[in-house]
Write a protein that binds this ligand. Sequence first.
Ligand code: ADP
Length: 326
Amino acid sequence: MDKIAILCSGGDVSGMNSALKRFVEYAYAKNMQPYFVYNGYEGLIDNRIVEAHFADVAGIMTRGGTKIKSARSARFKEPSYRAIAAENLRQKGITKLIVLGGDGSFRGMERFHHESGIAFCGIPSTIDNDINGTDYCLGVDTALNVIKNAIDSIRDTASSFRRAFVIETMGRDCGYLALVSAITSGAEVCLIPEIPIDIHEYKGCFESQIRKGRDYFIVVVSEGLKNAPEIARWFEEELGFESRVSVLGHIQRGGNPSVYDRLMAYKFVTHAIDTLLTGNNNSVVCYTKSHFNFRTIAEVAFNKYVLDEDLLILGREQFAPSHCQM
Ligand code: ADP
């Protein structure tokens, strides 16, 4: 009987538990023995590799995070520890490994695969949606919905108190979360690395809006710019508008997985197992233009993700200070 393992590495996302459920079910359906590796690459090194059963995945679909834990592992960057990890898998007769993670995790897997010969398939999982070669990463939809709910709530209090709220989203250097959230929540300003905007250019327009009765502003900024306090100060000093910074932080990663993430988890895992069974032993499942496809780790992990041009056009149009309605 073929043996296959799964682990979660790097930042956790909602939908990982759905993926684990499908993994166990589909592995058994394909006559394989599934294994969980607890605690990411740390668990590979420490031999926390255990058989997975149906009972382990009962009732976990609705929970965010990951039942088998995730981790970052400094040790896995060292060849000697990767050799221990490979030996642990070999001892159990495990020949295939699925990793739910981001580009850092895939870079680690690229090395591990070449050194150990263990067949590998990656499933892009990060709320930042910043992995090259795929339009969608597991967890993004749930994170967007968490952000949407947060901004909708903040809008209520902003309008009641006549305030400007500067809301910082996650996303590292990628503006995807901030841009989609700003568009879909009707923010007045969106500041992301991909669309440089000088906040001063809004001054005349915002002064005019305030004269006409505007009593709140919603500004969405991506964490990569590190300028939320500075923008809040601008509203206070230049517009005389009381302002607050709201850093959404880790709430964006958690929560009940959306329908879309549950379904995508099922599809990603199905494609990962299918491709491993056909002998494709070193790839990442990607989702582009509404289709699944497979890319090399090198393509995915060693190239920078570029935001979708249609989205950028929409963002530039929506948030250009020159388009601000007086
Ligand atoms: P993500 O996968 O979310 O991008 P990280 O960048 O933190 O998260 O990477 C997760 C883990 O992948 C690291 O803690 C490390 O164990 C492993 N890793 C990352 N880069 C490498 C590398 N160049 N060589 C070996 N392992 C790596």
